[in-house]
Ligand binder design. Sequence first.
Ligand code: HSE
Length: 433
Amino acid sequence: MVKSISVGLLGLGTVGSGVVQIVERHQDKLIHQVGCPVEITKIAVKNLNKQRDIEIDPVKLTTDPYEVIENPEIDVVIEVMGGIEETYNHVLKALRNKKHVVTANKDLMAVYGAELVKVAAENGCDLFYEASVAGGIPIIRSLTEGLASDRIKKIMGIVNGTTNYILTKMTQEGRAYEEVLAEAQSLGYAEADPTADVEGLDAARKMTILATLGFSMPIDLDDVKVTGISGITEEDLEYSKRLGYTIKLIGIASKDHDKVEVSVQPTLLPNVHPLASVNDVFNAVYVYGEAVGETMFYGPGAGKLPTATAVVSDLVAVMKNMGLGVNGSNAIMPQYPKSLKSADEILSKYFMRIHVKDQAGALSEITTLFSNYNVSFEKILQLPLKKRELAEIVIVTHKASQKAYNDIMDTLMKLDVVYKVKSSYRVEGEGTL
Ligand code: HSE
């Protein structure tokens, strides 16, 4: 039996400090599970003198990442430094040096995941990344192990806490986007530059990882259609509420007839949908499997200890594999080649809010346009607007192809009676009103 496992860390920020704490505090549990002590022996940091909220023996700290990735004493490298290109090189070198790698880095895995998983397997190493999606929720292991026997048909995720916080506050308190974003920044949920969160890129990276695993198909970040939440207004939320829906930023990955679609976009969910009541910074992932039916995984999507829990659980998995001598053997390569749905094959319901001239025939022109594309209305509301002699029309369609929807939108904007298409979002399921 090995005397102890030596772990090196790349990075000692929020998650890195959490990893140190959990390894120290849960040492008895780790020993019970893997049969030997676990020690963090080297930590590469940017600044040796930075004030930290944990005590670290200064001998363990280095500013040279090669003291971790080329250190013959180290068995497992935990990458919690973030970033893409530089980190990719470090992880690649660590794997080629036959070190197992645990990473929390969704940006890295969404871009280089396929290649790194292959390199890990070729070198007989594990590469685990549970913390990269939805922080403390064990969704990756649920897809690859818990649901391994099923055929996954659909994954819907609230996988970005910042945007969920903003939308929750806008919905519950009737406040404007900018005001709640500023509050989220002051609470430390949103970054000073919130673009990756609010424009959906962070969620798209996570959905790339989930779709690749769920459908066993190599999905790329560029395959994900992304729309963020920065255009959502109080009026959109108000009308959604009136129609029995809640707006959430939803990552949707679905598979029909062996073809898949993946998107991240503001989506109207019926109030009774399990994801509609996931509020504040919480994350949740809904998975529909052919045999299992509906499942949902809920919890903290970020934060020091929740994310570190996922990292250290990956470390336990690596160590158990070391005990069995099977590292690198459970890398699952995609079973199917990539096959994406065309715009004709992507079907969805849509919500649209349109300002039209309040004149005879305006509604009729719009209904004729939709009928020309064979798209039928499920719900429609029309209200006069105080200003400019305009009326506001709110429509929820029955299912339409993305192609028909795009064509309708193009034509709609050119109609003389249409003043402005104010907003348009995807709709899932039936509203409760
Ligand atoms: N910025 C992310 C979020 C947390 O708001 O959910 C880390 O993935």
